[in-house]
Design a binder for this molecule. Structure first.
Ligand SMILES: C[S@@+](CC[C@H](N)C(=O)[O-])C[C@H]1O[C@@H](n2cnc3c(N)ncnc32)[C@H](O)[C@@H]1O
Length: 238
């Protein structure tokens, strides 16, 4: 449980979007290698991203351009996109300079572009992507910014384009600022609205939810084995 100092930091981060983002960026700079070892190195069926990602890929045309928002070190997702036989392109964006450095090393392809930026303030051409995936990243934006991010994401998608992402689910995932002082050794913050409010925000952005799935982590490290749950949203731009 967070001590008083951590609780104060959480309260400050909830009120200050710049501090919130600084904690996230510095936290992932610090734990990028540990995260890579634990969660990103290999695709496996225990990996909650795999099924939603496979379903997304099945919808996409040859040569599709995918935005990977909060791409981390680029594996397994961005790498799988450029390795697909259909010659797809990926643009990965991440707020952590270290994650982007790793992504450039691990996914060296002329069909991959990696940018270090806050995905919520990224500037993209309207209707320039066939799909956007954001696995385990939207909940690192302060929740008051979720509506604006969904609206921007919708504007970047071609009509009929797909947006697949997840949030934490359940009591642990519904806070304005949930803070851990030991996320793979780093301080980290998360923020989400409950499911019904998120669905409203998506609808207001012009994104209809075509499928939702609640998934529970059952393997992995100690934290994972505690039964964390995540809700995956598959959306379509109208
Ligand atoms: C839990 S990791 C997930 C990485 C990757 N999507 C995956 O599934 O392996 C979350 C990533 O989102 C990035 N992130 C968090 N907030 C972000 C923001 N506002 N803009 C861009 N990236 C962000 C973090 O730096 C981190 O690399």
């Amino acid at each position: 449980m967070a001590d008083a100092g951590a609780a104060d930091l959480g309260t400050s981060a909830a009120a200050d979007g710049a501090l919130f983002r600084k904690l996230v960026a510095e936290g992932y700079d610090q734990c990028a290698e540990a995260y890579l070892r634990q969660h990103s190195q290999q695709a496996s069926d225990d990996d909650l991203r795999q099924e939603p990602f496979r379903e997304l890929m099945a919808e996409l045309p040859a040569g599709a351009h995918v935005l990977d928002a909060g791409c981390g070190a680029g594996v397994p997702i961005a790498k799988a996109i450029v390795d697909d036989a259909r010659q797809m392109r990926v643009t990965g964006v991440d707020i952590s300079p270290r994650q982007i450095e790793l992504a450039k090393q691990l996914v060296p392809s002329d069909r991959a572009t990696f940018l270090c930026s806050d995905m919520a303030s990224l500037v993209c051409e309207p209707e320039s992507f066939d799909a956007i995936c954001a696995f385990f990243s939207v909940f690192h934006l302060p929740r008051r910014d979720h509506a604006a991010f969904f609206a921007r994401a919708a504007s970047w998608l071609r009509p009929g384009g797909r947006f697949v992402f997840n949030l934490a689910a359940g009591e642990d995932g519904d806070g304005e600022c949930d803070l851990s002082t030991d996320f793979l050794g780093a301080t980290m913050v998360w923020s989400s609205y409950p499911r019904d409010h998120t669905v409203k925000l998506l609808g207001a952005a012009g994104l209809s939810v075509v499928k939702e799935e609640l998934k529970m982590v059952t393997t992995g490290d100690e934290v994972d084995r505690s039964g964390l749950r995540f809700r995956f949203f598959h959306c379509r731009k109208e």
